[in-house]
Design a binder for this molecule. Structure first.
Ligand code: NAP
Length: 418
């Protein structure tokens, strides 16, 4: 048990444990660390926490209860820990010890220091899967005719590809040395002397653990398919490797719980046998088309970092934008749930902003804890509140006849509807 200087561990709660098989063990009164977030973070957090506590109270009647524990990152952390302490060691230590945390948006420090607190959190805690469920809520204005047809969960690899890419600027000695080396190894390659050079690392280890997590999720949720999205037709060893390793891990770890699309056609006339998750793959550009043309044929997508970056935002836009898009960064030993939008500083302290993204990331957190009933009830309550046209400004300005309410009021209505 670690000693903390500025974190008060609640006496009434217990620690979540992760066993040797990476299975999470959740007590009835788990201690859950939270980071309030910068800018609009305090407004959003207060509203979301109200929904979480009310939902747990109503669903479990006092049997289960969360012991919240504040930890610090971002601007608030500078006040508590001092200059340049954007992400103090204690915060990382607390997430490691308590296993599951939730956070509001954080300011990205400008100049010097760490590049982004969010990226640092993912790297330091090896949160290798960025998980983004994307679905439409009745009443939310969307740019497509049938937004309800899209309901996918994207598993984006969070540690490799462009996240650990290495670049050399054009005309530097390093770039010149690399060009010379490549020409020596591959004399037939034409490489312009003034090229910038990028290195894209993709490993079997990183790809397999990400795909395995996506398949496990599909099996647990009884979903029909996992689609490996890649650009292996062009990048045969990195993106193509991801595809190959994905199929390999599916066969090696999940045996007859899964079936490949090819087998479905060869042996079952194109009809997936009940109870089996179909493993298929799509080239990234075709995937973007498919998500617009036949979105209901897809449920879980597993992909590398850059493809996942584009896909998550494109899917979120398709169902009405990022305001309601939750996210999680999950590893084998810890998980951090978060809003996908930023701090929206111009609305700070105005009790105006939409807390939906943090509320829905809390839903993901409850699902991670196995508290599915609380998760389902919050989703139903949020849907009901939006479909009645009781919404924050961002949705109200696009919805005819909507009644604009404050951030805290929106949360109050959701909590009442749970
Ligand atoms: P932003 O904070 O996401 O805000 C951009 C605009 O998006 C807002 O002005 C608002 O649009 C809309 N918006 C964002 N969140 C909303 C919500 N909850 N409800 C309603 N509308 C919402 O992006 P930014 O201004 O580029 O970034 C501000 C800071 O946040 C930067 O320091 C950035 O680095 C950081 N950031 C953090 C995270 C994170 O912690 N995960 C992610 C992204 C950015 P309207 O003005 O049109 O209403």
């Amino acid at each position: 048990m670690a000693e903390y200087k500025h974190v008060t561990v609640p006496k009434e709660g217990e620690r979540i444990q992760i066993d040797a098989d990476n299975k999470i063990q959740v007590p009835d009164h788990p201690i859950l660390p939270f980071i309030e977030g910068d800018g609009t973070g305090p407004d959003i957090w207060k509203a979301s926490r109200h929904v979480f506590d009310e939902a747990v109270k109503k669903v479990y009647g006092g049997k289960k209860k969360i012991a919240w524990m504040e930890i610090y990152a971002g601007e608030k952390s500078l006040g508590v820990y001092g200059k340049d302490q954007w992400l103090p060691d204690e915060t990382l230590q607390a997430i490691k010890e308590f296993k599951v945390a939730i956070k509001g948006p954080l300011t990205t420090p400008v100049g010097g220091g760490i590049r982004s607190i969010n990226v640092a959190l993912r790297q330091e805690l090896d949160l290798y899967a960025c998980v983004r469920p994307v679905r439409w809520f009745q009443g939310v204005p969307a740019p497509v005719k049938e937004p309800q047809k899209l309901d996918v969960t994207i598993f984006r690899e969070n540690t490799e590809d462009v996240y650990s890419g290495i670049e050399f600027d054009a005309n530097t000695q390093d770039a010149k040395d690399l060009i010379a080396l490549i020409k020596q190894k591959l004399p037939k390659k034409t490489l312009r002397e003034d090229s910038a050079i990028g290195v894209k690392p993709v490993s079997a280890f990183g790809s397999k653990r990400l795909v395995a997590r996506a398949i496990r999720y599909a099996i647990e949720k009884n979903l029909p398919a996992v689609t490996l999205v890649h650009k292996g037709n062009i990048m045969k060893f990195t993106e193509g490797g991801f595809q190959r390793w994905g199929y390999e891990v599916a066969k090696a770890e999940f045996g007859d719980k899964v079936i490949t699309e090819a087998e479905v056609w060869e042996k079952h006339n194109g009809k997936r046998p009940a109870g089996k998750v179909m493993i298929q793959d799509r080239i990234a550009d075709a995937m973007f088309q498919q998500l617009l043309l036949r979105p209901d044929e897809y449920s879980v997508l597993a992909t590398l970092n850059l493809n996942g970056d584009y896909l998550s935002d494109a899917c979120a836009a398709q169902v009405g934008g990022l305001g309601l898009a939750p996210g999680a960064n999950i590893g084998d030993k810890a998980a951090v749930f978060e809003a996908t939008h930023g701090t929206a500083p111009k609305y700070a302290g105005l009790d105006k902003i939409n807390p939906g993204s943090v509320i829905l990331s809390g839903v993901m957190m409850f699902q991670h804890l196995g508290w599915d009933e609380a998760a389902d009830r919050i989703i139903a309550a949020l849907s009901k509140t939006i479909s009645k046209g009781t919404v924050t400004y961002d949705l109200a300005r696009q919805m005819e006849g909507a009644r604009e309410v404050k951030c805290s009021e929106f949360a109050k209505y959701i909590a009442e509807a749970v």
